[in-house]
Write a new protein. Structure first.
Length: 139
């Protein structure tokens, strides 16, 4: 598994604990960092994603609400909403990663951690969201 996929999965697990168990970001970060490989590449990207999503959660959730009609974010499967949050964060704030790679990674991670139908749901939302970066690059 490549380091970026591993980092995305670690940040997903961390976000899941924060979201589902109401643990603080510091507590989760401290617990996970002890278990991660000592490779700085893994840690940096994982922490960038984790803290980035945590710090921009309201903004990211407002984007999710914009592109999901008749869906309350709290009703979404915890894993799915955090996969979507990570991907949206990457789409908006990590311009160096191609959009199609981000979406494909989100779908692959959903295959491992979520339901069979989740990949369609996630792909549908992210396909709409990708216009944010495309539009910004054209202006």
């Amino acid at each position: 598994m490549n380091s970026r996929r591993y980092s995305r999965e670690c940040s997903l697990q961390m976000l899941y604990v924060v979201d589902n168990c109401n643990e603080s970001t510091k507590t989760v970060c401290d617990a996970f960092i002890k278990k991660m490989p000592k490779n700085d590449i893994y840690k940096k990207f994982t922490m960038d994603l984790f803290f980035g999503v945590c710090n921009k959660k309201k903004y990211i959730d407002s984007i999710i609400k914009k592109y999901t009609k008749n869906w309350d974010i709290e009703r979404m499967v915890v894993i799915d909403r955090n996969i979507i949050r990570i991907a949206i964060y990457e789409i908006i704030f990590f311009n160096f990663t191609p959009i199609n790679v981000i979406i494909n990674e989100a779908i692959e991670i959903s295959k491992k951690y979520s339901t069979k139908d989740s990949r369609k749901f996630i792909n549908g939302i992210l396909d709409k969201v990708k216009i944010i970066r495309v539009k910004d690059n054209l202006e």
